[in-house]
Ligand binder design. Sequence first.
Ligand SMILES: *Cc1c(COP(=O)(O)O)cnc(C)c1O
Length: 388
Amino acid sequence: MPIPFIDLQAQRRRLGQPLEDAILKVVRSGAWVMGPEIAELEKKLAAFGRAPHVLSCGNGTEALMLPLMAYGIGPGDAVFCPSFTFAATAEVMPLVGATPVFVDIDPETYNLDPASLQAAIELVKREARLTPRAIIAVDLFGQPADYPALRRIADKHGLKLIADSAQGFGCTLNGEHPLNWADVATTSFFPSKPLGAYGDAGAVFSKDARFHDLLISLRVHGQGVPSDAESQAFSHDPKYLNLRIGMNARMDTLQAAVLLQKLTIFEDEIAARNRVADRYAQGLSDLVTTPKVIDGGVSIWAQYTIETDDRDGLAAHLKTQEIPSAVYYPIPIHRQAVYAAYPTAPDGLPVTDAKADRVISLPMHPYLTEDDQDAVIGAIRSFVKRNG
Ligand SMILES: *Cc1c(COP(=O)(O)O)cnc(C)c1O
């Protein structure tokens, strides 16, 4: 049996009959859109993430786009984000007409470098062509960004701080979730994320009731919500009062039912992921660069990413051993042709560019057996020793 990169079938077997019963219950109920599981999931996610408000939505991309819409960010506005991330982080800016400004990363954590961010904001202010509005930090590979530093910079320049925690829902810094510092945090429940559905799904975590109401409205075509005076005066279903330009960004009830089951074991899975990560570090840190988590941080290990000089050689070697690996990300977003015209931090993104040639992610999931992990470690050790 080849070693899987992520073993979602082992998790499915663990969840067993209750998971299948929960899915069938939704099928039989007929409440396929906005069924009762949606509100139940939002409540449980709020408790898990210690968030005052949670809005479920269709995927992690919508989860990022909805807050930009709620803040009225659009043409002429600048939003600062890393380039060493999944495309969705940067894509939502052009989708609302705004401009992404790419910022470099810290060489050890791969997350936003506060110094590069500060320089990028000052450059945009000096040029006075765009209005700085927000920062999107990414909790890359599952570990929290440097939120205390990012919050200070956001406050200094009057910017909103958005946490793209698509890979990091459940991570903490000094015992706190990213929302402790960020104005809003988002996540994705794409199947391969640490907390994954059986299809696309996402969520937005926020602190302010009026802002959450705005998200509810935007999620369903700008419908009237109780905090709108117009809605209070309207005598029909506020669904048919369209007060703003919104979209359809609902999560399917089926996905909520799956996530409710998975949430019951998520804490345990995070602990298992940390055991796997510790074991990788023990087996590999003398030969390759193993991940470093920010001081006070707890990663949920969406990916276990190492660095080595001959990354492509290692990937090819692992393939011959039937060991899967992946490169996140081979082309930083600012190097993609369609994003090349957007601004970057004044000194460019040298760390981002260097990392793209060095990183490789290894099999990582809560059900990785010690035998399989030893096979991965052994294959890497033999390759590096032979070539080093
Ligand atoms: C996966 C991901 C997203 C997008 O989530 P989808 O559910 O696929 O839309 C956004 N940001 C980051 C960092 C991601 O890894």
